[in-house]
Design a protein around this ligand. Structure first.
Ligand code: PLP
Length: 378
């Protein structure tokens, strides 16, 4: 049964009915050894086909309006398996400006070793993608909203342009989560997630996911067999349980983030706020068309305060890495996600040293605002 309402899908999609005990939760099947005689398909965790991985893949695929889903041991496992499934020696790929630092590293440090060439767009305009297309281009990869500057790319525009040229389109939908944005509805072929973030939601799971057509997921799975980034049954269960509250968490995070972005953009100690829910954000109009909520992520630039000292003064908001959990956390991108970029690369990407990225949780916003105010004053 498919569920048209996201809150219902979060709770029920993919659940394995426990016929034996009639309990309401998906049972955890821990075996890594399965009988192989007289079966059609061999079952093994690294073949991505144990029951808990399959049911979780189904759940995430339903949330993203896809045909099929695969779960991985990290977001990077989902990203690398997908890229290597579709790209081979001699191919060319186009990546948008403003990628998550780990993806940027993989693209700039790994894929050329395998004879794959690439270009990164100078901005997120359609013409910039189009200008980079070569006869051997196979794939376009976008991330919107992007990490950490919340750049917005026109999903439908990219999907339509790519379809005309038979290029595969891939999106990292981590920042939006399936609650705020469903790129398959706009024509994108493959949706990727770092499930470590909103899908997990409690800063205690490391996982990834890919959602696409059955054919494309089968292709990714074949490559993923060899790369080996599968997810164990216990973590599948934990992630499935976490996703039950995804929609309620993200709706609260959307509301909190909007309030915080408005507060910060009016603050004398803040130079700039990057949040697509603010009317002054350059991607606001496109975001409003393709997102049903603007998400819980933002970044802002400090006017005078030293970013490290400011973070140390916060009492409730913890300076820590990762994002998407119920706790509000803050980090300096140049010291965390983008620390491996050279100064030149950071400058080109527009990531300044006074930039702080805020992952807004589900606390009461008045407490968060009070914490930020006291850090500015003390
Ligand atoms: N994509 C985005 C937007 C991210 O922020 C991250 C991690 O921070 C990743 C992908 C990689 O995910 P993971 O750390 O689960 O491998």
């Amino acid at each position: 049964m498919s569920h048209s309402n996201i809150q219902t899908a979060c709770v029920h999609a993919g659940t394995i009915i426990d016929e034996k005990t009639r309990g309401v939760n998906t049972p955890v099947y821990t075996s890594t050894s399965y009988e192989y005689l007289d079966v059609e398909d061999l079952v093994y965790p690294r073949y991505f086909n144990i029951s808990n991985a399959e049911s979780l893949g189904k759940k995430i695929s339903d949330l993203e309006h896809g045909e099929s889903g695969l779960v991985f041991s990290s977001g990077m496992a989902a990203i690398s398996s997908t890229l290597f499934a579709f790209l081979q020696n001699g191919d060319h790929a186009i990546f948008q400006k403003g990628l998550y630092g780990g993806t940027f590293n993989m693209v700039t440090k790994e894929i050329e070793k395998y004879g794959i060439s690439y270009d990164i767009t100078p901005d997120n305009e359609m013409a910039s993608f189009e200008n980079l297309i070569r006869p051997n281009t196979k794939l376009i990869y976008i991330e919107t909203p992007s990490n950490p500057l919340l750049l917005i790319t026109d999903i439908k525009g990219v999907a339509e342009m790519a379809k005309k040229r038979k290029l595969v389109t891939v999106i990292d939908n981590t920042f939006a989560s399936p609650v705020n944005q469903n790129p398959i509805d706009h024509g994108i072929d493959i949706v990727l997630h770092s499930a470590t973030k909103y899908l997990g939601g409690h800063h205690d799971i490391c996982a990834g996911a890919a959602v696409a057509s059955k054919e494309y997921i089968q292709k990714i799975r074949k490559t993923a067999f060899s790369l080996g980034g599968s997810l164990n049954a216990w973590t599948c269960y934990m992630l499935e349980r976490s996703i039950k509250t995804l929609a309620v968490r993200v709706k609260c995070q959307n509301e909190n983030a909007q309030k915080l972005a408005e507060f910060l953009s009016g603050h004398p100690e803040v130079d700039r706020v990057h949040y697509p829910g603010l009317p002054g954000h350059p991607g606001h109009e496109i975001a409003a068309k393709q997102m049903s909520g603007f998400g819980g992520m933002m970044s802002f630039e400090l006017r005078n305060a030293d970013p490290v000292k400011f973070q140390k003064k916060l009492k409730l908001i913890r300076p820590s890495v990762s994002l998407g959990g119920v706790e509000t956390i803050i980090c300096s991108s140049i010291l965390t996600s983008h620390r491996h970029l050279t100064m030149e690369e950071r400058e080109r990407e527009g990531i300044r040293s006074n930039l702080l990225r805020l992952s807004v949780g589900i606390e009461d916003t008045s407490d968060l605002i009070r914490d930020i105010e006291q850090a500015f004053k003390s």
